[in-house]
Design a binder for this molecule. Sequence first.
Ligand SMILES: [Zn+2]
Length: 341
Amino acid sequence: MDTSKLKTSTGFRYENAFENAIEKFPTLARISSAATFGIPGLALTKVDEGLCECMTPQGICVAGPYVLITAYCNINKYREELEKHATKGGNPSKLEAAKNHPQHKSVIYVVDKESLEHIATVALPDCTHGGGISYDGTFVWVAKDNERKMSAVLFSELERVIHYGFGTVRYLSTVNVKCQASFTITYGDRMWVGNTFSRTTGTMVGFRVKNVLGIPRLVRDGEIEMPVLAQGAMLADIGDKTYLAISVSGGRVNPSTVYRYEVDMSKVEKGKVLKLEDCKDLGTLQLPPMMEEITIDPETRAVYTQFESASSPYADVEGNPCKSIVDRVCVSSLEDWFPEV
Ligand SMILES: [Zn+2]
């Protein structure tokens, strides 16, 4: 088979599932009120010279005119799921293909912010889980989870690869942040790193990014408490107040919960953890399972929400697929997240 013409897939992978998810979770309609677009590469991603059918999306951020989405080749999970159901019939040809599937490099899908069209798939130099991505105006940061590291890609280099259409970017620098690095956002003049866990509460650690002769240095400055299983967070202003939304998800069955607070950022100080009980609680929202990062575009104030449930290991398996699949990025206004303020 000639695979040279195959490209990263686009469009909606599970159109009907999304309609069902909206019926079950009315808030999903509200947080996708402005637009939705299919997460690229779910069915097929062209990475380096290979083709990957099990890329699992993780992080999302806006960088200049682009929406950036990280994903990793989740072949171990996919193979495990297919093997589990092989004895009950399963799908022998899919399992055979999965056994021969190599571990691909992780990627960044690049989507044009205006047209919402996929314009490039950029490979990262490694197979990081890439739980989050953020942009501080100079560097694009990839959160590397239990490696406890953040890697910086120079935005101008990423843009060169985007213009070329495909290719690999380098990490200009990789910093040991001494925390879990499960997701990342930027807010104000700090870059924030989710230091979160599946059994205990965590924090979101603030860092000042110092550009030292072109190389970023990170200086810790303040922490905000995070609930168990936090997968993403958003900090944003409405008027003169600051609001925090935290996405919490645990597995493919249980709904995701978004915790919402009004936060007094003047209480975020070096060497201290701001407790959530000291923030004004605005209640929770229920959304479909497997929610990942939430991000706000600082220019347009559009909010983008990402789910991982439409990736092959969770959707394209016979035994126990996610029951409420979201195959797209949901775009809304910030006010849709905080209608009461
Ligand atoms: Zn792969």
